[in-house]
Structure formats: C-alpha cells, structure tokens
Design a protein around this ligand. Structure first.
Ligand code: NAD
Length: 439
C-alpha cells in the first residue's frame, strides 16, 4: 500500500474514474462531491454514471475508497488533492471556472499545509493556474502546492485510458511538486512531460482542438466525396496509412459532441480572442461541426420529401457508445431540428433513459419498437446493440426502409442488398464500382 493519500474533488466521469484507478494502484483515496445523491449512491456501492468496468473496480478496491460531502474530511485524510470539478461553457464561450474557484474559496476556509498539493485535472484555460496560485496565496495557503495535471481519458474506455496513458503531463511552479504528482503515475510506465503550468494547460486545449480539427476535416472530405462519387471510408484508409497523418480520428460522421470537444474548442477560440488573436481555423472547425449535424435533415428530405408528420427513429442518443453522457450529443440537435420541422421523433438507446433535453421525443422500449412504422431511421450513435441488429429482418418493420447511417457503422452494400434505401456519410453503395458502373 502507498503512503501517499489522495483526495479527489468531484465524483464525475473524470474524478470518479481517476480516484478508483488510483485506489487500484494502492493509494487510500477519499472522493468528495457536493451532490448528495452521488455520494449516497457511492456509499451504497452504486455507481451514478455509466462507465464500463467501474462498478467492478470499485468493488475490488472498496477498502481503500471513502466518499464524503465534507471538504474538511477530505483535506484531513489526503496529501494530494485532485480537482476534477466540471468546467462547462459559459454564454461567452469562455470556460466557466466558478466550480474551480469555489473549491479554492472553500480550501481557504478549511486550510492546508505543506504536504498538500492541488493537482488540477479539470480542463482549464491557460492562465487559470496562475490565477488559482495567487488566490491560494491571498487566502493564506502559500504552503499548498499547485500543479496542472490535465486528463486525457475518454468516456467509455476511461479505465483503460487512465491505466495506459499515452503521456502524463505535469505543469508545476516548483519542481518538487511536479515530482510528487508525477510519482503517482510511475507504475503506469508512460512518458512524463514536466513543464510550466501554462504550457501544461495549453497541451490539453491544443490536443482537443487538433482532434476536433481532424474530425471536421474528414467530415468535409466526406461531403466532397458525396459530390464527386468517391468513397470516404477508403479515402480515410488510404490517408491513414501515411504515418504523418495517422489513421485515428479519420472517421466521418455527423459531427463531434460530448462534454469536452465542443466546449474546449470554443474555450480555446475564446481564449485566443480575449488576447486579440482571431483563431480562424477553429472558427471553421466549429461551423463545419454544426453544419454536419444538420446535413442529416437534408438527407432525410432527399428520401422522404416533406418530413412534416413523418415518424423518424433515432437509434443511439448518448454522444458516443459506452457512456450515458448526453452533453452536446448530436441526438439533441437532430431531435430539436426534426421536431421544429413537424416530424414525430422516437428514440432508443441502450443506456440513456433520461428525457432531459429531449422534450417531445418518444423513448421506445427497444430498437424494434423504435423502428416499427418508422418512415426513416437515423443511426446517431454506433452502439454494438444497434450495429449488431438483424438489419435484413427489419425492412418489413419500417414503413419506408430509409436508413441514414450517421456513423458509417453498417455495410452499405449489405444494407442496399437487404432492400434499404441506405445512405451513409460520404460513402458509395459499393466502393468497388465507379459512378459509371452503377445501375
Ligand atoms: P462531471 O460533470 O461529470 O463531474 C464533475 C463533478 O464535480 C460533479 O459530480 C459535480 O457535482 C462535482 N462538483 C462541482 N463542484 C464541486 C465542489 N466544489 N466540490 C466537489 N465536487 C464538485 O464532469 P467530468 O466530465 O468528470 O469533467 C470534469 C473535468 O474534467 C472538466 O473540466 C472536463 O473538461 C475535464 N475532462 C473531462 C473528460 C471527460 O471525458 N468527461 C476528459 C478529460 C477531461
């Protein structure tokens, strides 16, 4: 067992996974949230989020985990305090740092000593660490260390991502603080980048902005492929074979969503703007992403004509498979647009049951019930439960067998053979045929 005790502030997707993984690495971990429902659930061994493997990992390392609503309890029982509170977008596009600053305020009241280091895992704009440092100093907490320790895990594969990171980034004001935080990750064997606090903060924003740019880029290539009669899946394969480009994040679809990319791209654009720099590229990345979600409506109209009164099934509601997270999910935009056009919308998802944000959408009990009598179906999230349906057997279930595959998850040729009017994103019905060869 390690003699470094960890306190985690925020029991969300990042805080809970990080805390439980650090317990698995042998640390005593105390996790604090202000949401009594979450703490009650966790104390009763119930996991308030959907993250594969998390419940089992909590059960295995239960003896090293405690949960509390009380920051004082956490501070008294911890050496390194990991901050993993939410930093949602504000109306201005800047990251809303009110939760982060509330933690600093509370710490001022509770106190701290030289063994404490505040490790910022929340994604915060460049300059936040310096602001927090000066706030800590002003509250008599000069002795408490501060490091930026951005997190790169992905919902749905969060445990594996935490346990096998591509890199660990630690930005510090004092080398000793960086060493103590980097030592937590030593058992993971990942490369460690130790740098200044602002540079570490920028690594996180620049990484997310680059990945979002890659997605918007391949989405635009897909749209051009549709005009030109090329197949984007093969184009992406061909591009990805070049190691300078790399194969990941070249899967076209109906745009990125989730709790990170949209807000982090907007925050970086805003951050640059605040300092007088117009980040032109990110402006386009955001615009392309918004238009990409709406292109689905055009595809539906192409097949159905007027969509008023049509019954449209949305399969998959979460922003991606493996999570129940609905933040900035494409399903919300699609449902909103379809309802505004007068369509009836029925949705199904293996884990999302909450209608929050989906007012007016009927939630079906099964994918078959969602497809029954539907005029068209849109695959919004490529859950295995959706991709693995017996699609040929479903043509008869729908009123019109129109499938818009927003994630290019199904085989166009097989779907067409099965009798569907299938349309993916930038795909050909049969990529081996040129336009002139098709019937
Ligand atoms: P989340 O909304 O799931 O969890 C945040 C938690 O913090 C909530 O449970 C909330 O009640 C709690 N909280 C708020 N104020 C608190 C306080 N004063 N004390 C204790 N708890 C408090 O958010 P998340 O998805 O885990 O993201 C957390 C941060 O990590 C964000 O900055 C996010 O950008 C970043 N991040 C998220 C991911 C991801 O995939 N979700 C990946 C990398 C980084």
């Amino acid at each position: 067992m390690s003699d470094v005790r960890i306190g985690v502030i925020g029991a969300g997707y990042v805080g809970l996974v990080s805390g439980v993984c650090l317990a698995a690495l042998g640390h005593e971990v105390c996790i604090r949230d202000i949401d009594a429902g979450k703490i009650d659930a966790l104390t009763a061994k119930r996991v308030p989020i959907h993250e594969p493997g998390l419940e089992a990992l909590i059960a295995t390392h239960w003896q090293r985990l405690t949960f509390t609503l009380d920051l004082e309890v956490l501070v008294a029982s911890s050496d390194i305090l990991i901050v993993a509170v939410d930093t949602p977008p504000s109306y201005s596009g800047d990251a809303d740092l009110s939760r982060v600053m509330a933690v600093v305020d509370e710490l001022g009241a509770v106190g701290g000593d030289p063994r404490h280091i505040l490790a910022m895992k929340s994604t915060v704009p460049v300059g936040t660490g310096e602001r927090v440092r000066s706030q800590l100093d002003a509250r008599g907490l000069r002795q408490v260390g501060y490091v930026s320790n951005p997190e790169f895990l992905k919902e749905g594969t969060a445990i594996a991502d935490f346990m096998h990171p591509d890199r660990v980034v630690v930005g510090a004001f004092r080398p000793g603080d960086a060493e103590r935080v980097a030592a937590l990750y030593a058992p993971l064997g990942a490369p460690v980048l130790v740098t200044s606090v602002p540079t570490a903060e920028m690594v996180k924003y620049a990484s997310n902005a680059f990945l979002a740019t890659k997605i918007s880029f391949i989405n635009e290539i897909a749209n051009v492929c549709e005009e030109m009669g090329a197949d984007v899946a093969i184009v992406a394969d061909g591009m990805g074979m070049d190691p300078r480009i790399g194969a990941s994040f070249l899967r076209p679809g109906i745009g990125f969503g989730g709790s990170c990319f949209p807000k982090d791209v907007a925050a970086l654009k805003q951050l640059a703007g605040n300092s007088g720099y117009h980040f032109q590229l990110l402006t386009s990345v955001i615009e392309v992403n918004e238009l990409q979600k709406r292109r689905v409506i055009g595809k539906l109209k192409k097949h159905l004509g007027d969509i008023r009164g049509r019954r449209i099934a949305l399969l998959g509601l979460a922003f991606k498979p493996g999570t129940d997270d609905m933040r900035e999910a494409a399903s919300l935009v699609l449902a909103g647009r379809l309802l505004a056009e007068g369509a009836q919308v029925v949705g199904w998802d293996p884990v999302v049951r909450d209608l929050n944000g989906l007012a007016g959408v009927e939630i079906a009990a099964s994918p078959h019930a969602a497809l029954a009598g539907a005029d068209a179906c849109v695959i919004v999230t490529e859950w295995p439960e959706i991709v693995g349906l017996d699609w040929p057997g479903l043509t008869e279930t729908m009123r019109y067998p129109v499938v818009i595959d927003g994630r290019n998850a199904l085989d166009p040729a097989a779907m067409t053979r099965a009798g569907f009017r299938y349309e993916g994103i930038g795909r050909l019905p049969d990529a081996m045929l040129g336009a002139g060869d098709r019937e």
